[in-house]
Design a protein around this ligand. Structure first.
Ligand SMILES: Nc1ncnc2c1ncn2[C@@H]1O[C@H](COP(=O)(O)OP(=O)(O)OP(=O)(O)O)[C@@H](O)[C@H]1O
Ligand SMILES: O=P(O)(O)OC[C@H]1O[C@H](OP(=O)(O)OP(=O)(O)O)[C@H](O)[C@@H]1O
Ligand SMILES: O=C(O)c1cccnc1
Length: 501
């Protein structure tokens, strides 16, 4: 059973916009259902005014596509839908066709955990146009949100220094109570773990995805008892192996002293106090003072957890102020991607075969040149440069896999927003082609990576991404261009399309 289905119902096939089904019906009615097409899923702008994004959500998309079937309940529901004349929207023969339908497309995708940039196809779907079109909405639903949250998590974790060698800090995701509904929370926990968080407070996410779960206690626990001291003692008696005391219910530094007293008592029974949590007040000053109290009392290993509307900017500021926090509890701003609640990923037709079987590239025009989609069957080539122990990413070139340029020569890419900006890579520059096969004829190819492997990939990718691209303020724009031939094809197509209109 897939994890996605485990939460909901056996078939997720109705999880789409009705217009995908109206188009599917149109293709079927016109005998075009099986016409081969290629679509690309990409976004146009990095989230959070940042310089990069982290691809995320593919595994769920794979699970969704693999199970794509309309069961009898789905079909019965679709049979009830009517048009303006009160007649059924879909004729029975079409519903029979849907009942027989299963996924037969090829899918290539950039692996989860890869650093990605605007206009790069994260997912490419090739196959019968009816199927390609039907999955637009669920693919966007699954990939937009997780890519957004994984990016947010990577930013929060880099602010906390999680990706530094020998890092001691951890970020814990506390978002469930403020997340956008059940799946918003679960997807956010998964994406946050991929983006670098060490654990989640969401127990269901722990069970479904194998993410480590952690928990301290709330103010209500302290408020239940006559004194803070009694509250800590009873908690320690009940759970001697999980003692992180929330110290800010009354007077924070007094709370730390009470925690120390109970910590000594705990130690006498053979257990160690794990740490304290700060949840209000000046977190920089309080953490510095709390650290002194803990160290002087013989608890140098006790952790200082902080929470309270934290995000990457606040964490950066607290670090600059010398805060002695080592565990950052981040909820609302992470799980809701607070400062940008959606990634504007889109899914566009790149090419379609004509009656003779020849691929015809397609574009979608826009007033803004940068919004014009890229034609063809696209791949992304990431060029690298040796730089110390790792090779650094130097630039990404989007190209049409069908274009055969002379690979024994240097290759030039052109910035689609400004054709004067060009970059040439020598013919022997090392590169990786980012899109990798995921489905062939509807069958999964290769193994899906573990969540841990995806998480490791984020760390590795960020170590290869120029720091100037990763900074929060005015990040450097990472070079992404179109292979020269593709650039010219696109320019010609725009010209021809504008002539036609
Ligand atoms: N040293 C600091 N520098 C910058 N921001 C801080 C610092 N310490 C705390 N903050 C942040 O300031 C915001 C307000 O915190 P503060 O505890 O004053 O108010 P609060 O959230 O209303 O407290 P409470 O949780 O008791 O209601 C929070 O987002 C907190 O993380
Ligand atoms: O601040 P976040 O990043 O969302 O992290 C989760 C928050 O949830 C809890 O308190 P809650 O907000 O429920 O109550 P409080 O503000 O009164 O502490 C916890 O103490 C954190 O402050
Ligand atoms: O375990 C915690 O400290 C926790 C969990 C959820 C939200 N805030 C805090």
């Amino acid at each position: 059973m897939h994890r996605l289905n485990e939460l909901y119902r056996p078939s997720l096939s109705l999880l789409t916009d009705l217009y995908q089904l109206t188009m599917a019906y149109g293709y079927w009615k016109n005998g075009l259902a099986e016409r081969e097409a290629v679509f690309h899923l990409f976004f146009r702008k990095n989230p959070f005014d940042g310089g990069y994004a982290i691809a995320c959500g593919l595994q769920m998309a794979v699970e969704y596509l693999e199970q794509l079937r309309f069961d009898s309940q789905d079909l019965s529901y679709l049979a009830t839908l009517t048009g303006a004349d009160n007649q059924p929207l879909f004729e029975d023969a079409f519903l029979d066709y849907l009942g027989e339908l299963h996924w037969t497309c090829d899918v290539d995708a950039i692996p989860e955990g890869t650093v990605v940039y605007p206009h790069e196809p994260l997912v490419r779907v090739q196959g019968p146009i009816l199927q390609c079109q039907l999955v637009e909405t669920p693919l966007l639903n699954l990939i937009n949100f997780q890519t957004l949250v994984a990016t947010k998590a990577a930013r929060v974790c880099s602010a906390a220094g999680v990706f530094l060698p020998h890092a001691a800090d951890r970020v814990i995701e506390f978002g469930l109570r403020r997340a956008q509904g059940i799946d918003g929370a679960l997807s956010a926990s998964r994406a946050a773990f991929i983006g670098g968080c060490a654990a989640t407070s969401n127990v269901m996410a722990g069970r479904l995805y194998g993410i480590p779960v952690v928990g301290t206690h709330a103010h209500s626990w302290v408020m239940t008892f006559a004194s803070e001291r009694e509250a800590f003692e009873l908690y320690a008696d009940a759970m001697p192996n999980n003692c992180v005391f929330l110290v800010d219910t009354y007077d924070t530094l007094e709370g730390v002293r009470k925690a120390v007293e109970v910590g000594h008592r705990l130690r006498a029974t053979g257990h160690e106090m794990l740490g304290i949590r700060l949840d209000s007040g000046d977190l920089a000053w309080l953490s510095i003072e709390a650290r002194k109290i803990l160290d002087e009392a013989g608890f140098p290993d006790a952790s200082i957890v902080a929470s309270n509307d934290l995000d990457e900017r606040l964490i950066t500021s607290l670090k600059r102020q010398g805060a002695r926090i080592d565990t950052w509890g981040v909820g609302t701003k992470l799980a809701t991607a607070f400062d940008q609640p959606a990634l504007g990923g889109v899914y566009k037709l790149g090419a379609i075969r004509d009656e003779n079987g020849t691929w015809q590239p397609r574009i979608k025009l826009s007033e803004q040149t940068i919004k014009v989609s890229n034609p063809g069957i696209l791949q992304v080539r990431r060029f690298e440069r040796e730089s110390g122990p790792v090779s650094e990413h130097r630039g990404d070139m989007i190209f049409d896999e069908q274009t055969k340029w002379d690979q024994s020569h240097d290759v030039t890419m052109v910035d689609p927003a400004d054709h004067h900006r060009q970059k040439t890579f020598a013919k022997d520059t090392p590169y990786t082609d980012l899109l990798q096969p995921v489905f062939r004829n509807g069958e999964i190819v290769g193994e899906s990576p573990s969540l841990q492997a995806i998480r490791d990939r984020v760390r590795d990718q960020l170590s290869r991404t120029p720091m100037a691209v990763q900074r929060f303020e005015n990040p450097h724009e990472y070079p992404v261009g179109l292979e020269q031939g593709l650039f010219h094809l696109k320019a010609d197509m725009i010209h021809a399309a504008r002539e036609r209109t």
